[in-house]
Design a binder for this molecule. Sequence first.
Ligand code: AMP
Ligand code: MG
Length: 480
Amino acid sequence: MIPYASWRLRHQYATLPPYFYAAVCAAPVCAPRWVLFNDELAVDLGLDPTSFREEALPLFAGNACLVGSRPLAQAYAGHQFGHFAILGDGRALLLGEHTLPSGVLVDVHLKGSGRTPYSRGGDGRAVIGPMVREYVISEAMHALGIPTTRSLAVVATGELVYREAPLPGAILTRIASSHMRVGTFQFARHHEDADAVRRLADFAIARHDPHLSEEPDRYALFLRAVIQRQAALIAQWQALGFVHGVMNTDNITISGQTIDYGPCAFLDRYDPDTVFSSIDAYGRYAFCNQRDIGRWNVARFAECLLPLLHDHPQTARTYAQDAVDAYSSSFQEHWLRLMRHKLGLFDEADPADALLIDRLLEWMHTHRADYTNTFVALTTGHHDALCTSKHDVAWHADWQRRVHRQARPMQWIQARMQEINPCIIPRNHFVQEAIDAAESGDMDKTHRLLALLKNPYAYTKEQEAYADVPDRPYRTFCGT
Ligand code: AMP
Ligand code: MG
């Protein structure tokens, strides 16, 4: 256990050329207080939560710096809703890299810590509601088994932040495998230093794919590794019914972790066209588009690496194209495996399984059935609601026949289905209820929700109370 006083952060990102970042200190705040602190994550980081919590408040509020620390804002670019822009951490800082007990490095990052040279017109601040939301949803995603950034703490600043109305300010401390994004590579590609992409790629390989460092074709292998991670990640989002909401290339990580929980939300009544975000007027990031947007995003990444793939431009383009094409087959493979498991199919795939899945999705769409609860019903054997017409009975009979073909006891199948079909997800209205209470200083609802979300495959009575589906469609706002 490392108490705060001896907490040493490394500063490897600062070894990149200076145009990749700006050295900035957090802007101090007037009256910091803890809103949330993640004791379990602190332990995983090798910290002693009690002494750490006692001493870390000024650090996470931006009111103190560790001795020798070199906080920085990272530069990046990105396609925002398809339009290229030069961006950067406008309200966030990388405090440094922390070494896990396993020896792996993770980024320690503040969000809402004040203005930086990349703030453009923004105030550099964040509001308590969206920071609690990111904390709850990212921790829920982690418990669900989805690669994600983690939330270590939320600190209220005691200051007001002006959005449509004055709102209480807050800072989130985020832990990530790294904060390198597709947009970081787009920034490098855009830079006049011809060697910028290579330096960034070498840095990223050392961090995320060190086994490739010595390979002669390491850049092509790195491209494939990043693409594979995105395909696997987005297949997991789809299987879970998660809508990210802002899949801009600046919100797509090289590590394959989900990042930047803005207007994200989970499907309730199944509709593939679901869009939650109020700013996504044309549905670019609708649930059914996430797979193809993922491909578009990794194609932007592949473009950045072109000069490293081969000296001959045409050969480089062929490498890149093949790697991007592999995204689609890899996505399909992951998605089909996950969906088969959700349906209790653990044996060798039958070509007809895909049709069985499609028919169920169609049924959910027609009946406006809740995505998560439908799989819970299949898991627990409460099938009545799934058989309201002759057509439904036919699907159900086909499914049962297929499941029983596996020569496995039903109990075994149900136990495995329970490991993949969560009985609780962070449903929008419950998260909102917790946030509303948190904004007025009452953290009980948030703590209760967090406790239940920690074991999403437990199927407890208490979790059942969080299965209610609201009648009104939910809207999320970027108003962060
Ligand atoms: P996001 O929508 O959170 O992914 O942010 C997109 C870009 O806008 C990033 O470069 C952010 O750093 C920047 N940004 C968002 N909110 C603010 C803010 N309040 N002040 C400064 N920059 C911001
Ligand atoms: Mg972002």
